[in-house]
Design a protein around this ligand. Structure first.
Ligand SMILES: Nc1nc2c(ncn2[C@@H]2O[C@H](COP(=O)(O)OP(=O)(O)OP(=O)(O)O)[C@@H](O)[C@H]2O)c(=O)[nH]1
Ligand SMILES: [Mg+2]
Length: 485
């Protein structure tokens, strides 16, 4: 499988700029031969004769350089080697390497000049400069990674929050690939049964009953839908979720924003209608990024500025991933009215909503607890009792927000894989094809028709892992990588 006919490639694996260490990577059938022209192990051994997967101290030199060698010293004598740097060298024998080919890494000082010269030396020694993502592409082509894992390499490199990183690493470990493969295998088994049925139609043998087929389809469809839900979580985690704080005037929305941000961002007064405009700030909680948005309290008003503020509140609600509905606990009886006042339907699915009953310091605790129970029963929404003044309930609220946005992403027991836009498209196609198959069974269409749709669903799933792929898909994915990856 490995060491195919392709060229031997080289590239700088570390980021541009100065650093402690810089790494040039070489991969391909001739990687060791190329490196042997450049590295001189201090042990005096040849690279090939030294241990694989171990670091060796080495000088790195130009194999042969024709141009005037040393601009500040003596010109190099005939056959004399130009010293580039000293460092460490590791070689990894195929197939136990990132790409599945022979790989050599030259660890030198983190200087762009040294790294450039080393690449130049590699090219002189017979390698060519790698294209973006070419190392990872080779890893995929050699079966070291499936396509979802290759994408997870990029997602890992570009993750900016802990939650994004964890999700990327689940995919890197192959979880998405495993889930998708299981579904695809199941569809292929069903397809086999149906196709066998087609072949033996004359002999009147039934291979799979329509009921069995329908049950298999339903189950697969449910899994595909679950993965599609992960896409939404994935987007929120990568881009940061939008959480909007709404409610009637003077209930403590701006106070809540300030305490959640840990800074006095919004003006707080006891005058109802203090906040007029949207106030947006981003925070990272436990590795999860989100934008918190404070809004103007919603009420009937003749004030044109306030009316505009309320209009903006409504737009912010429409664009949000989660809504925190804040009320004064003493007004708990009017919560439903208040929810309708901001234009929300309590039991409407899709957007996450949390009711906050604030200012609980102003009422006896049993009363607050009773109010929370009653609101939860009536509205069917999670309710958190808080006092921004004393800090009561704020940790609980943070947890509730986090949970609603991530479906427990940060708890390992409820694994959420990262479904990116490409996976989502493929899953949508699979879903449509599965629904078509289901309709065909219900309408008693022929096995040939079923087979076409099932095949389409299996192929769509195959695109996620790269079991089914095209140059176009591969180019699109790997061109997003940097050169040394
Ligand atoms: N006792 C008590 N007072 C609070 C609490 N939270 C906020 N307040 C007070 O309530 C008043 C209104 O607070 P804000 O945060 O400005 O309320 P708001 O909902 O943003 O009001 P608008 O911007 O006018 O819609 C201020 O005097 C706060 O100090 C709380 O938990 N307990
Ligand atoms: Mg306010």
């Amino acid at each position: 499988m490995t060491q195919g006919g392709g060229d031997t490639i080289c590239g700088i694996a570390t980021p541009p700029g100065e650093g402690g260490v810089g790494i040039v990577r070489i991969s391909g059938r001739r990687a060791i031969a190329v490196a042997e022209k450049i590295v001189r192990l201090r042990s005096g051994r040849r690279l090939r004769g030294s241990l694989s997967h171990c670091l060796h101290v080495a000088d790195m030199v130009f194999p042969k350089r024709t141009a005037p060698a040393d601009p500040i010293g003596e010109p190099a004598g005939k056959g004399e080697e130009d010293f580039i740097d000293q460092g460490l060298v590791v070689w990894m024998k195929a197939p136990r390497s990132y790409t599945g080919e022979d790989v050599v890494e030259l660890h030198c000082h983190g200087s762009q000049m040294v790294l450039r010269l080393l690449c130049e030396a590699c090219v002189q020694a017979g390698a060519r400069l790698a294209e973006p993502g070419e190392f990872t592409k080779r890893a995929f082509l050699n079966g070291r990674l499936d396509l979802s894992q290759a994408e997870a390499v990029l997602e890992t490199i570009t993750a900016t929050t802990e939650a994004a990183l964890r999700m990327a690493q689940r995919n890197l470990r192959g979880e998405l690939g495993r889930l998708v493969n299981e579904l695809r295998e199941r569809l292929l088994v069903l397809l086999c049964e149906i196709e066998a049925g087609i072949d033996f139609v004359e002999e009147d043998v039934t291979f799979i009953s329509p009921e069995q087929l329908a049950a298999g389809l339903e189950d697969t469809l449910a899994h595909v839908e679950r993965l599609l839900n992960c896409a939404e979580t994935g987007r929120r985690v990568r881009e940061g979720a939008r959480v909007v704080i709404v409610g009637p005037p003077n209930v403590g929305k701006s106070s809540l924003l300030n305490v959640l941000l840990g800074e006095n961002r919004a003006i707080v007064t006891d005058v109802p209608g203090t906040t007029r405009d949207l106030i947006e700030e981003s925070v990272v909680w436990d590795g999860l990024q989100m934008a918190l948005i404070d809004t103007a309290g919603v009420r009937d008003t003749d004030d044109v500025v306030e009316q505009e503020g309320i209009k903006r509140t409504r737009t912010a609600i429409e664009e949000s991933d989660a809504v925190i509905l804040v009320f004064d606990v003493r007004e708990a009886a009017n919560v439903e009215e208040g929810i309708q006042g901001v234009g929300l339907v309590p039991r409407h699915q899709g957007q996450h909503k949390i009711v906050v009953l604030n200012k609980c310091d102003l009422v006896p605790s049993e009363l607050a607890a009773e109010a929370a129970r009653s609101v939860a029963d009536r509205c069917g929404l999670p309710v958190v009792v808080t006092s921004v003044r004393t800090g009561w309930g704020l940790d609980h609220l943070k947890q509730a927000i986090r949970r609603s946005l991530t479906q427990d992403l940060l708890e390992p027991r409820e694994a959420v894989v990262f479904v990116n836009a490409r996976h989502r498209q493929a899953l949508e196609r699979a879903k449509t094809a599965l629904i078509n198959t289901r309709d065909s069974i219900r309408n008693k269409r022929g096995a040939e028709v079923l087979a076409v749709d099932l095949r389409e669903a299996a192929d769509a799933l195959g695109e996620i892992t790269g079991a089914i792929t095209s140059d176009e898909i591969l180019n699109r994915i790997f061109s997003q990588f940097c050169v040394g990856k």
